[in-house]
Every structure is written in C-alpha cells, then in structure tokens.
Write a protein that binds this ligand. Structure first.
Ligand code: FAD
Length: 409
C-alpha cells in the first residue's frame, strides 16, 4: 500500500478532528477505527444528545496534566472555535444550563454525521473494522492490523482514548504502544463513574432519582460537594452529581470508606423543612406517617428514610412526636450513605491519567521523545469535569495535533 502522510489511529472525536484538520492541510490521511462505525462512544455522550462543549469553559475544570499544557492546546482551539466550527459544518447548536452546548437536534448522531460528511469531502481514507495490533518506527511508521493488513506513513497520531467505557473500543491500546515507544504513563483510574455503597437499601430504591446537594466526607472533613441528580441503583448511587465526586472519593478511599451526606431539601433550612413536615403531618393526622409523606418524597424513599431515622412509617401521622419529626428532618437534610468502591472502567465516562503530558509538546501535541509521533484526546493524562469539558479537550487536542506542526516531513 502506498505511503500516507499520517495514519491516525482511533476515530473518536479527537481522531476525527485530527483527520479533518490534517486533510485540510493537504495531507494524505488514513484514519483507522476498530469499530464498524466512527464515533461509537460519541454516540452515547450526553445521554445520546452529546454535550459537545461548554461556553463557561475554564482551565480549572481540567485535571491531571499541568494547567499550562491544557491551556496551550485549548487556547489554540477553544469553546468558541468549536461552536463556530460545528456551525460551519451546518450543525445548529443550543445552550442549556451551566453553559452546556448541545446539538439543536438533541441527537449525538447529528454530530457524527456532519463530521463524517466532512471526512468524506476531504477524502480522508477511512478503514473501519480495522483493529491496529502494533505500531513500529523505522524510516517510516508501519502500522499493522490484526487482520494482517499494514499501512505505512510518515507520521502517526494516536487517538485511541483511555480505558473508560471500553465496550466502545477504547481498551487502552494507545497507552500500551506509547509506553513501548518510551513514554511514561501516569497512573490511570476511572473518573465520572458511579459509586458502590456498603448499605444495601439503594437497591430497594433502584430507579428513584432525586435532586440533591451531596457532600462527600472522609475522616470528618468535607472532601467534595456537588448539586444535581442522584440516581439510586441496585449497587449504590449514580447520576452526574455523584459521579462528579468520584475523583475525590478515589483519592480518599485507600484510607477508609467515604460518607455521602445527601441533602434532599437544600433549598430549605432545617427549621423551614421541619415546619413543612409538621404541616404535612397535621394535614392528614389520621393516616400513617408513610402516606402523609407521599407529597414530600418519591415513594421509593419514604420507608427507607423512616427506617434510617428510626421512626415507624406505619405509625399514625398525628401521633409523631417532636423528637421523631426532628429525626426525620435531620435525615431528609443529611441522608448518610457509605461508599467503599467505585464502579469499574466499563461504567466510567472518563479515564484520569494516561500518557504523561510533560513528554508532549503543548503547542503541537507532538512527542518530545519520538519524532513524527503525535497524540490527541483522552489517551493523554488530561480529564475534565462533566459538562462538555472532555469533548472540548478531544476537539482542541485533535485540532492542534492534526496540524502536524513541528514536522514538515
Ligand atoms: C456514556 C458516556 C457519556 C459521555 N458524555 C459526555 C458528554 O456529554 N460530554 C463530554 O464532554 N464528554 C462525555 N463523555 C466523555 C467523552 O466521550 C470522551 O472523553 C471522548 O470520547 C474521548 O475522545 P477520544 O477521541 O480521545 O477517545 P474515544 O472517544 O474513546 O475514541 C477512541 C477510538 O479509538 C478506537 N480504538 C482504540 N483502540 C484501537 C485500535 N487498537 N485499533 C483501532 N481503533 C482503536 C476506539 O474504538 C475509539 O473509537 C462521555 C463518555 C461516556 C462513556
């Protein structure tokens, strides 16, 4: 097969953006993807709606690599450039709460389709169902697939992702090749991942979703706080707001379990909530406590909260004592739950850690150790908070890497 200017491994958002960019520079580009379609993980992002960037982007929403490294790539292709870029591809966008940007169609597939159209228009050569087995550096790069095919190129760009949600193809191959080529890997772990609880009651409330403020406590200290949806599951808790705490919890867990204190009424003080509860009990004094609480809490949680507060849910509402009511109020404001484990990589949205960014040139995404080797996306030790930050990193690093600067070969 004839030689390409660049072989890009991985058609996730970073690899696709890099391929479009390199082809716009007049390069002959080969994009290789193991899945039968491009952007398989992208299709699942934002609950199938793809939160593709965030207008309130700031560098402190990123973790892992040093801030200057991240700033450099993002400043060359930031959230405004991303928005303009997708508009130029014919994709209408809309802004939602907290600055999050989605396609107006509410379909991640629209994002993939406009990108695919541009790949085709730019004559990027695309190999699907093509799993790369190895990359070898000689006078040129030789990229070998497991089906026996090989590609030759002047440059390679590794955009194979981390290890999160590896059912979508990102099994960590790029990390392995980078290490073989002499790069250092920083420790990897799952972030933006659901949490397992010691208590089994979340399983009884599985499927129940609440809006809450959640504090994570370790050794009596608050180690993290977030507000948003909490979803109870058969193993523990999920939902964006608790997944956002996973990074801090992962750091604290080796020293012992972490307690989540869930405030289901963060818009009320304890005294206000107590008055509300008192009114509710008085409005239906002859019925049970559980039935009186029907308008207060999702049904799946009523008996659980009563049990944790050690108040009998079948007791008559009008006979609940002040002390019992105060105990209930306390649990509604501070529902405790013990975390002892994170769920596995398969259920994570993002990988923290990866190729050590100190060994990558920030302005070009080129390896400092190996000539004509570039990286983009989650394979690098950069991860962002929930809210479009991770896809922005993929677009920014893909754009910068795809320019193939620092190497005219
Ligand atoms: C459920 C879910 C929801 C998410 N929602 C959001 C969101 O709304 N907003 C946001 O900003 N981020 C979100 N993320 C995170 C975001 O999807 C990732 O950060 C982003 O996809 C990383 O892009 P990437 O191109 O670096 O890697 P990936 O998207 O993982 O792409 C890597 C590609 O490389 C291919 N590949 C790997 N190894 C090989 C090989 N040996 N040969 C050939 N191909 C290979 C893989 O098949 C894959 O297609 C979400 C993640 C998940 C799992």
């Amino acid at each position: 097969m004839s030689k390409r200017d660049v072989v890009i491994i991985g058609a996730g958002p970073a690899g696709i953006m890099a391929a479009i960019t390199a082809s716009e520079q007049g390069r002959r580009v080969q994009l290789i993807e193991r899945n039968p379609q491009i952007g398989r993980k992208l299709l699942s992002t934002g609950n199938g709606r793809c939160n593709l960037t965030n207008v309130e982007l700031s560098i402190d929403r990123y973790h892992g690599a040093c801030p200057d490294f991240i700033r450099s790539a993002i400043s060359r292709f930031d959230q405004n450039a991303t928005i303009d870029y997708f508009r130029s591809l014919g994709l209408l966008l809309k802004q939602e709460d907290n600055g999050r940007i989605f396609p107006r169609t509410n379909q991640a597939s629209s994002v993939i389709e406009v990108l695919e159209r541009r790949l085709n228009a730019n004559q990027v050569e695309l190999a699907l169902k093509a799993q790369v087995k190895s990359v070898e550096r000689g006078e040129n790069w030789t990229i070998s697939l497991i089906d026996g095919r090989t590609f030759t190129s002047t440059n390679i760009l590794i955009a194979t992702g981390g290890r999160a949600a590896h059912q979508f193809g990102s099994t960590g191959d790029g990390l392995f090749w980078a290490r073989k080529l002499g790069h250092t890997l920083t420790p990897i772990h799952a972030v933006l991942v659901p949490l397992e609880t010691v208590e089994t009651w979340p399983g009884d409330a599985a499927g129940t979703k609440i809006e809450a403020r959640t504090q994570a406590m370790a050794d009596g200290e608050v180690i993290g706080e977030s507000t948003g949806d909490v979803l109870f599951t058969r193993y523990g808790v999920s939902g964006p707001s608790v997944m956002a705490l996973a990074r801090r919890i992962a750091t604290a867990l080796p020293s012992g379990p972490v307690t989540l204190c869930i405030d289901m009424f963060s818009d009320m003080s304890e005294a206000e909530l107590d008055r509300v509860l008192s009114d509710i009990l008085q409005s239906a004094p002859a019925g049970t406590l559980s039935s009186a609480m029907i308008g207060l809490l999702p049904t799946g949680l009523i008996d659980i909260v009563c049990e944790i507060a050690e108040v009998d849910g079948s007791a008559q509402a009008g006979r609940i004592t002040d002390a019992q009511r105060l105990k209930l109020t306390d649990k509604l404001k501070n529902l405790p739950i013990t975390i002892d484990k994170l769920r596995p990589f398969k259920e994570a949205q993002v990988t923290a850690g990866g190729i050590d960014s100190r060994e990558i040139k920030a302005r070009t995404m080129q390896s400092k150790l190996v000539d004509r080797l570039y990286f983009a996306g989650e394979v690098i030790d950069v991860d962002g908070d929930s809210g479009g930050y991770n896809l922005q990193w993929a677009w920014s690093s893909g754009r910068v890497a795809g320019l193939l600067e620092g190497n005219e070969g």
